[in-house]
Write a protein that binds this ligand. Structure first.
Ligand SMILES: Cc1cc2nc3c(=O)[nH]c(=O)nc-3n(C[C@H](O)[C@H](O)[C@H](O)COP(=O)(O)OP(=O)(O)OC[C@H]3O[C@@H](n4cnc5c(N)ncnc54)[C@H](O)[C@@H]3O)c2cc1C
Length: 445
């Protein structure tokens, strides 16, 4: 009996959508299962057609060194070609032509960073902005071929496997859909689900380091010497106390701090940032994340991240906010102190409190050391008014074992994007979808 579909894709984020778009060039029948709402109806930040990508800040980082591990599977040259291909598609669907992070002004900043004890990693960046992200992914969806169907509000629950080969997927409503190829692209929203399924199927995996930290908010002019040239200053520091790697992540010039709820059936509230191409705020925000490897083996990176997020949720009902001066002097921030600050929070719903009740001493030490180093490069970063929000956690700590074409140890079962721990950003997530689509088209010939 022929299967219901040639290809089923679980998750309609950038990884799933780019996979489907590439498959539009074939006559294979394709079904996307997306547990959230359609792209123009959704309100959830991380779930719904377009995935986390639809509300992301939309920085396209055009380098194989950032935003994922594709280079480990494809090699550097093929990854660069793939990034070019994906970038051209984003341009075709409406990305702006300006690229940050290239040109003569970058080298002096690198030198200044080195003198401050920081490594500046310049990356060519195209900035879409949150508003354009959704518009671009909508156009991509509209451009999908007639061979692609989308089932909205349909959750994949169980991967069906027989004799080492994938057979299909069972939905939350109990429907059993058969297919020849199954592509899992559930993003961070479905990372816990994917790791659970992988465990049940006996798939091997390794753990990425756990990335946890805070989001920092300063007046935009403080960061302008960096952000005007680079848009996002990717800075790396190794703490002198513990030798931990601390890095900036997702810088949002003139952006806003936002709340993110992830984790499917077992959600936690964390913090993130975004900026629009037109609407501007007086502040710039960025995350400071610490990568920790803990013990070896360490089996529960996602649970660890959730545990810290839960502590912040328990104390604040969501997100905690604290002035830097209060953290340094051992005081809980209060509403009154925050109101006196010259940096007014762009996330007004955050609860004033004390981050030292949430983050381990080792993490806080790394964060404070890094802020001191950054202050030499961008004076004002350690002002008493600087705001810290907690916690920011990146749930891509689980990394499935995949072949060079991103196939799992089960035949014709592929895993792509952030949920597989393979990528951490729009370009590589989208690119991973293209890789798998091409492989499926090659096999199906
Ligand atoms: C606020 C914010 C800002 C960001 N800014 C940037 C940025 O500036 N630059 C950048 O490169 N990246 C950014 N990112 C990250 C970027 O959005 C992700 O890397 C990218 O979206 C990952 O794509 P994905 O397709 O793997 O997963 P996602 O985009 O997370 O999509 C996964 C989809 O799968 C669905 N799903 C999950 N489980 C199931 C299931 N069991 N059944 C059916 N559907 C399921 C989810 O509902 C979701 O819609 C940002 C993310 C956020 C949240």
């Amino acid at each position: 009996m022929s299967p219901d579909f040639d290809v089923i894709i679980v998750g309609g984020g950038p990884a799933g959508l780019f996979c489907a778009w590439e498959l539009s060039r074939s006559d294979l029948s394709v079904l996307i299962l997306e547990k959230g709402d359609d792209i123009n109806q959704r309100t959830n930040l991380t779930s719904g057609l377009g995935g986390a990508g639809a509300f992301s800040d939309g920085k396209l980082t055009l380098s194989p060194e950032t935003g994922g591990h594709l280079k480990d599977y494809l090699g550097e040259e093929a990854t660069c070609e793939l990034i070019d291909y994906v970038d051209r598609l984003y341009l075709e669907f409406g990305a702006p032509s300006k690229i940050y992070g290239v040109g003569d002004e970058v080298e002096p900043l690198k030198r200044k960073a080195a003198l401050s004890g920081l490594r500046l990693i310049p990356v060519p960046i195209r900035h879409l902005g949150t508003d354009r992200c959704r518009a671009i992914l909508t156009k991509l969806k509209e451009d999908l071929g007639n061979n692609v169907s989308i089932a909205i509000e349909t959750e994949a629950r169980k991967v069906m496997v027989e004799e080492g080969t994938v057979k299909g997927v069972e939905t939350g409503g109990g429907q059993r859909l058969s297919c020849r190829y199954l592509v899992l692209a559930p993003g961070r929203e479905g990372a816990s689900w994917l790791s659970q399924e992988a465990r049940e199927l006996g798939l091997s995996a390794e753990n990425n380091p756990v990335d946890v930290g805070v989001r920092v908010e300063v007046p935009a002019p403080v960061m302008a010497p960096l952000t005007d040239v680079l848009y996002e200053a990717k800075l790396e520091y190794f703490s002198s106390s513990f030798d931990d790697r601390v890095r900036t992540f997702c810088m949002c010039p003139e952006g806003e701090v936002i709340v993110e709820t992830t984790g499917g059936d077992d959600p936690v509230t964390t913090v993130n940032g975004q900026s629009y191409s037109t609407k501007k705020t007086p502040n710039t925000n960025f995350a400071l994340l610490i990568s920790s490897n803990f013990t070896k083996p360490f089996h529960e990176p996602i649970a660890y991240g959730k545990y810290l997020a839960r502590l912040a949720n328990m104390l604040s009902g969501g997100v905690l906010i604290q002035r830097l001066v209060d953290l340094k002097t051992g005081h809980r921030s209060t509403q009154e102190r925050i109101e006196r600050s010259i940096v007014q929070p762009t996330l007004p719903g955050a609860t004033p409190g004390d981050l030292s009740f949430v983050l381990p001493y080792r993490h806080l030490t790394g964060i404070l050391e890094m802020l001191d180093a950054m202050d030499k490069l961008a004076p004002g970063v350690t002002s008493r008014h600087t705001l810290l929000y907690g916690v920011e956690v990146k749930f891509y700590s689980y990394r499935l074992s995949l072949s060079s074409v991103l196939e799992t140890e089960v035949g014709n079962l592929f895993a792509i994007g952030d949920g597989a721990g393979l990528t951490r950003g729009l370009v590589q997530a989208s690119g991973s979808g293209v890789v798998v689509a091409r492989e499926i088209m090659r096999r199906a010939k």
